[in-house]
Design a protein around this ligand. Structure first.
Ligand SMILES: [Zn+2]
Length: 129
């Protein structure tokens, strides 16, 4: 299965984007960023007062409990997106006939541990090489 931007969310604001939406996403290593967040971060990084403000207390220190609670599902959605991307990446490696031993070596774990963590396709369930 090809890796796509379909159904992805911005890892920074949690907004859904990608194909079929107005929100363009760019990313790498599983994290995605929307144009709005890029613009906002760019504006902050080029404004010394904004940099100073952003370097102060963490945003959650100013949030009330309801805001902190409301943020939790967005954090988990971003984390799950990254885990899903790792699985897609392993699928990519497997489609290139990279062995479970090589994947395990890259992760610093055994072939068996890599297979147990990432095998999910029916074709891979019987292939431990
Ligand atoms: Zn965003």
């Amino acid at each position: 299965m090809a890796i796509t931007r379909e159904g992805r969310i911005c890892s920074f604001c949690g907004e859904p984007g990608g194909p079929g939406t107005d929100l363009r996403l760019l990313g790498g290593l599983g994290a995605q960023v929307c144009a709005t967040c890029v613009d906002d971060f760019h504006a902050i990084l080029h404004d010394e007062e904004a940099v100073a403000a952003a370097s102060g207390p963490f945003p959650w220190e100013r949030m009330d409990d309801a805001e902190v609670l409301a943020t939790l599902p967005r954090i988990l959605a971003s984390a799950e997106q990254n885990i899903s991307f790792a699985h897609e990446w392993v699928d990519l490696l497997r489609s290139r006939s990279i062995s479970w031993a090589e994947i395990g070596r890259a992760l610093g774990v055994s072939r068996q541990a890599a297979w147990e963590r990432f095998s999910r396709r029916a074709a891979d369930k019987g292939a431990t090489a």
